[in-house]
Design a protein around this ligand. Sequence first.
Ligand code: CA
Length: 635
Amino acid sequence: MTNPYLTNFPQIVLKSTLLKKIFCSLLLLCYVSAAIYAQIPALERVEPMFWWVGMKNPKLQLLVHGKNIAERYVSLNYPGVKLVRINKVENPNYLFIDLEVAANTKPGSFSIKFTRPGAKPFIYTYELKTRDRSFTRINGVTSKDLIYLIMPDRFANGDKSNDVIKGMRETSLNRDSMYYRHGGDLQGLIDHLDYLKDLGVTAIWMTPEIENDMASASYHGYAVTDHYKIDPRYGNNELYKKYVELCHSKGLKVIKDIVHNHTGTEHWFIKDMPMINWVHQWDKFTQTTYKDQTVMDPYGSAVDKKRMLNGWFVSSMPDLNQSNPFVQNYLNQNHIWWIEYAGIDGLRLDTYPYNEPAYMADWAKKLKAEFPRLSIFGETLVNGVVNQAYFTQGSTLNKNLDTNLPGITDVAVKDAIYEALNGKFDWTSGVNRLYSVLANDFIYQDPYRNVIFMDNHDMSRYYSMIGEDYGKYKSGLALLLTTRGIPQVYYGTELLMKNFSNPDGLVREDFKGGWEEDKQNKFRADGRNEKENEAFNYFRKLANYRKNTTALQTGKLMQYVPENGVYVFFRYNTAKTVMVLCNSNDKEITVETDRFSERTKGFSAAKNVLTDEWINRISNFKIPAKSTLVLELQK
Ligand code: CA
C-alpha cells in the first residue's frame, strides 16, 4: 500500500528507556517544552465536555487536564451519578475520573469541584443531556446507498473568513500548492448538497474534519490535534451538527472518518502525555511495516507483528497504545460523543489493520450496543480476498477473534473491475478475474456490507487508471453501480477528473467552481464542457436509477461463467430483474441468451436503462466494443 501521509516533518523519537526512569524527563526529552508545560491552565479541559443519560453503558471516564490537577480533591453530588474512582496517573496534570450514571438519572447539570486546602477551588459544570431520538437520525449506510467521498479543504469554500485562523500553526493559504490549505469548508459543502442529491448520491464521506493544527500539510485531516473540535478552518461543532441535520433533511446520510491508530504530534495530549505508554514507545523511531500479513500469517514472527501494529505510521503521527485502558476509554467515548451529538450514520475507520485487534473488536461491540443502526467499515487496503475477509465480522478465517467489523473497503473487487476493463481475457484474467473474485463471496458473512470503489484520496484517479478511455469509464461505472456492495465514488469522478497519485496531492485538486474566484463553475451544466456534461449525465442517470431500483441495492446477484470476453450477471428481486452484460472485447459482440434462461424466463423485452432504448426481444443482445449494457427486463 502506498503511504498516504508522507510529509517532510522532522523525525521525532521518543526515548522510552529514559522516559521510564524519570517522568519529568519526558517533558525535556520529548518535544514538550518547559514553556508549554507552564502554559497549561489550572483546569484546562474536561472530556467528554458533556454526556447523556440513558446510554447503554452506565460507565463514564472523564479526562481532566490542568496544571497539577492531581493535587486536587474531587467531589460531586448529583442523584444517580456515582463517583466510582479517581485515577491518578504518571503525569500530575491529569486525573481520570470514573463515574457511573444510573439509568434513571434525570438530565441536568452538576458541579464537579476540584479543591485543595488553602487554594481557590475550581468548579466544572457538567451537563448530562437527554439522548436525542426526536428525529430519524442514524439510518446506517447500507447497500442501498451510494457514497460520495470528498476532501473538505478541496471541495468548496463557503466561508472566506475561516480560510486562515489566527493562532493556528499553518499561517497561510495557497491554492497554487497542493500541500497548503485551499480554504474549502463545511459551509461550502452545505452550499452544494443539492448538487450531490441531484447527482444521485445518498451518503457523504468527508476525510476527517476535526482539528489538525499541524505546522504544514494539515489539510488531509489524518493528524488529529483535538478529538472534540471541528477544525476552525472548516467551521465549528455547531455547524457540523447543522450540516448533518441538513443532510438528513435532504435524504442524505453522513459518514464520519475516524482514526484510532494515531494522532498528530501537535495533539495537546501528545505534547503533555498522561503517561509514557499513552503511545507505543520504541528506543528509536520505528515505522510500521504496512504489512497486514503479519497479523494473520501462520508463519509470522512476533517481532514483525509488533512492528506492524505498534510502529508509527509516520514520524509526525504517534501510534496510540490501544492496549492502554485509558486510551481505550478516551477513543470509545469520543466516537460515541460525536455520533450522539451530531447523529452520524456511519463510521469509516482509518488504517484498520494497524490497530490492536482485540481492542477494535471490543470497540465495535460497544459502539453497536449504543447505536444498533450505525454502519461501520474499515479501511483495509490489503491484497486479496482472503486477507481482507480476515478482518470482517463473523469470519471463520480468524480463529482467535470475531472482529465485529461489519464492512471493509473491498480492494479485491476494485482490482478485479480494473482487470475487467484493462486486462486481456483469459482463463484467470480480464472479466474472468471479476467473476472469480465475486465467486469467493462465500467467505463473507455478508459481502453486501463491503464498500466497493475505484479510487479514493490516496489513489490514482479512476479516469487515469483506465487510460482516459471514456468507453471504459462508462463500462466500469456500470459495473460498480450494479454489482453487490456499497458503491463509493470520489469527488470529481462525475467530471472525469484525472491524475496519478504521485504525489497524492495531484488527486486532491479543487473542485472547480467551489471558489468564488474560479473562472469555471463545474457545479453547473454551463460551466462544464461537452465531454464533462456527457460524463455527468451518464453518472447521474445511472446513480439515480440505482437509487430507485431495489434490485440493484439489496437484490440477489447471479453471475455466469464469462465466455468470449463477455461477463453477464443479474441483480433481481420480486420487483425487478436487471441484466448486466460487460463486453471486454475491442469489437461488438452478439450474445445469445439461451444459457441465461434461469433468470430471463418469463421476460420478453428489455429496456436499456442508460439510453431508454426499448428492445422488443431478449433472445440475443448486441453489446458494443468495450462497454457494459444495463438492461431492465420486461414481461
Ligand atoms: Ca473557508
